[in-house]
Design a protein around this ligand. Structure first.
Ligand code: TMP
Length: 218
């Protein structure tokens, strides 16, 4: 089995830049790496992503939203994540189950137990070995994310960026609570540090985790 690593954070936390750099770093070391993201990661889940992030879908209900994230995840796990892990790859995934708890439970207020059950069903036994939470002030991240959307051509994936600041503050607090509950799995990194320093912290952790099974065998 490979190693499953997820990156999480509020909008504009810088996780997408970090995950791209990490994929290059691991690939350059000859480590078979799968870089993927949620919602999306395969054609059917990408279609669901379009519905979820389209700012025109103002009437999408919180429950429908939750089910669509779960449907996209079930497809993504089946088609991409589980086979890549079985092939022994390091799988780097930009957001996963913790995002559903942070956004749909802490953010939207849906019962946490319901989401945990749905996550379990969609994940089909797959769970992250390591989750890196890039913690960032919600207003700083939101400002950064809105600037990026305005500078990007093509469809505006901004349904969440249009949410008010208090929503994003609840999401941040939710992520931090999850990290407090699961300190062995969730590593919190200060998103205010430089891109280079954040990368150094994350890559060191990943190399340590990759060396662990070898150490156990010796
Ligand atoms: P992205 O901007 O990191 O690509 O993420 C897409 C958006 O989807 C982001 O605003 C967070 C949101 N999201 C959820 O609300 N629940 C989830 O389960 C996932 C994976 C993402």
């Amino acid at each position: 089995m490979g190693l499953f690593i997820t990156l999480e954070g509020v909008e504009g936390s810088g996780k997408s830049t970090q995950i791209r750099n990490l994929a290059e770093f691991l690939t350059a070391r000859g480590i078979q790496t799968t870089l993927t993201r949620e919602p999306g990661g395969c054609p059917i889940a990408d279609k669901i992503r379009t519905i979820l992030l389209d700012a025109e879908n103002k009437t999408l209900s919180p429950l429908s939203e939750l089910m669509l994230y779960a449907a996209a995840r079930a497809q993504h796990v089946t088609e991409v994540i589980a086979p890549s892990l079985e092939a022994g790859n390091v799988v780097l995934c930009d957001r996963f189950c913790d995002a559903t708890l942070a956004y749909q439970s802490f953010g939207r207020g849906i019962d946490r137990g319901v989401i945990e059950n749905l996550n379990r069903l969609a994940c089909q036994g797959v769970s992250p070995d390591l989750t890196v939470l890039i913690d960032c002030d919600a207003s700083v991240g939101l400002e950064r994310a809105r600037r990026r959307i305005n500078a990007t051509a093509g469809p505006r994936e901004e349904r969440f960026e249009l949410e008010e600041l208090s929503f994003h503050q609840r999401v941040r607090a939710g992520y931090l609570q999850l990290a407090t509950e699961q300190p062995d799995r969730i590593l919190v990194i200060d998103g205010a540090a430089t891109i280079k320093d954040i990368f150094a912290s994350i890559s060191t952790q990943i190399l340590t985790r990759l060396a662990e099974p070898l150490r156990a065998v010796r």
